[in-house]
Design a protein around this ligand. Structure first.
Ligand code: NAD
Ligand code: UGA
Length: 425
């Protein structure tokens, strides 16, 4: 635990990495350019909703193992190891924007200790490690790829109990030093070259997105042939080569990573001379899924969205997070509004409306007052506990479209609601 660690970026990945490394016993300085964010964190307030993270931050602020700085340079001067955890958003052409990573590397290059290791945790295009080396311009500093696989909503648990740790380094001694950082975690460690490590990250997210597009496409087949997608997934999941995980149908997949990472892998493959038509299909099926949900809502309204009042339950891209970046809920809502509907929404943790077109309600029932149709878009547990009699009493029309299959359909039908789910008979 002698290594002093700097983490650059205090978002979902950086803040989780910093707090969890402090939990493992390291002295960690976490830096962000956002002074307001740093101010809040210094007072123990979390800028994001993430289970268990607030407690870790407060504990290690108090025991002095975790501190926050504005700007990367102050954090790196004493650091033996620096983690880069800044955004790599999608550019208009689908490729990843590396400007945040390069600006950090250029900024910290002259300030790093000799012999320091820079570890890239941001998701970056294959071959980026070499570019980071050039931006750092330090022959006495090693750069390592160490992609992150945590999920929002379970970030702390995923960091502390990872399925695997991937380390891409040219020098086996450097790789061993990075692997040693993770020794307290009982996880398989894959030591590989940087290009393979960078490819593993995109491959994992793209494979998971492929699974989901398959499930959503199969849900459409189930609806057409009269099968139940939950039963079908259970049936195929018992095959140990398939497994039960990550097979829930929904309104389409989203979030800050799958859309940009599938797009980036398509671009990476294209630039290398391979047309990744399978992955393009996966993305197309996802776009179709948003449209299919809009069609279901239109049908539930009797054929037209114009002037319809819609109650949207859930805005986050999945339960357990307040993140609305590329949320399927917003993809659907934007399409509804464009076709003349008005939307009142409720989400248990999203407290600021992400769009001028969405009015936020204080609770589920307030969102549903006078609604022509209630649409479930995020699978919050709270929605499973809905009082259906009360719901029936406030809506204008008894119609539900449940894109996460969380409501009790039989109970709704007893109350004369029309019901449409995803992939159900
Ligand atoms: P985020 O947007 O939540 O946080 C990034 C933070 O970096 C922000 O607080 C921003 O102010 C800060 N920042 C930007 N430029 C900076 C600079 N020059 N110096 C210091 N701080 C700076 O992003 P995130 O979701 O944590 O994602 C970070 C990277 O990790 C991305 O490449 C993403 O693809 C990858 N990733 C994300 C997840 C996830 O679940 N969110 C999981 C695995 C990998
Ligand atoms: C995903 C990966 O799961 C992480 O391993 C990865 O580190 C991360 O991206 C990243 O690179 O940022 P995350 O985006 O937090 O994590 O969320 P997921 O749980 O993967 O969900 C992504 C989307 O798929 C959500 O819209 C979710 O609702 C949807 N989903 C997920 C389903 O529709 N069905 C499922 O069975 C699972």
């Amino acid at each position: 635990m002698d290594e002093r660690i700097a983490v650059i970026g205090a978002g979902y990945v950086g803040l989780t990495t910093a707090a969890c490394l402090a939990e493992l016993g390291y002295l960690v300085t976490c830096a962000d350019v956002d002074a307001v964010r740093v101010g809040e964190l210094r007072s123990g307030r979390l800028p994001i909703h993430e289970d268990g993270l607030g407690e870790l931050v407060q504990t290690h602020l108090a025991d002095g193992r975790l501190e926050f700085e504005v700007g990367a340079v102050h954090a790196v001067v004493d650091a033996d190891v620096v983690f880069i955890c800044v955004p790599t958003p999608e550019l208009p052409d689908g490729s990843a924007d590396m400007s945040f990573v390069h600006s950090v590397a250029t900024e910290i290059g002259p300030r790093l200790k000799s012999g320091a290791i820079v570890i890239n945790k941001s998701t970056v295009p294959v071959g980026s490690l070499r570019q980071v080396e050039r931006s750092l311009a330090r022959s006495d500093v090693a750069v390592v790829s160490n992609p992150e696989f945590l999920r929002e909503g379970s970030a702390v648990a995923d960091f502390l109990q990872p399925d695997r740790i991937v380390i891409g380094a040219d020098d086996p001694e450097i790789a061993a030093r990075v692997a040693a950082l993770y020794r307290p975690l009982a996880a398989p460690i894959l030591l590989t070259d940087p290009v393979s490590a960078e490819t593993i990250k995109y491959a994992a997210n793209s494979f998971l997105a492929t699974k989901l597009s398959f499930v959503n496409a199969l849900a459409a087949v189930c609806e057409a042939v009269g099968a139940d997608v939950d039963e079908v997934m259970l049936g195929i999941g018992y095959d140990s080569r398939i497994g039960h995980e990550f097979l829930r149908p929904g309104p389409g997949w989203g979030g800050s990573c799958f859309p940009k990472d599938t797009g980036a892998l398509i671009r990476i493959a294209e630039a290398a001379g391979y047309d990744f038509s399978l992955l393009r299909g996966v993305v197309d099926v996802n776009r179709e899924q948003f449209e299919r949900v809009v069609d279901k809502i239109t049908r539930a309204l009797g054929g037209s969205l114009d002037g319809a009042r819609i109650a949207a339950l859930g805005l986050a891209f999945k339960a357990g997070t307040d993140d609305v970046r590329h949320s399927p809920a917003l993809e659907v809502i934007d399409r509804l509004v464009a076709r003349g509907a008005t939307v009142r929404a409720y989400d248990p943790v999203v407290t600021v409306s992400p769009s001028a077109d969405v009015v936020l309600a204080d609770d589920l029932y307030a969102a549903c007052v006078d609604a022509d149709v209630v649409v479930v878009l995020t699978e919050w547990d709270e929605f499973r506990l809905v009082d259906l009699d009360r719901l029936a009493g406030v809506v204008a029309r008894r119609a539900v479209v449940d894109t996460r299959n969380v409501f009790d359909r039989a109970a709704l039908q007893r109350l004369d609601f029309t019901f449409d789910g995803v992939g159900r008979r």
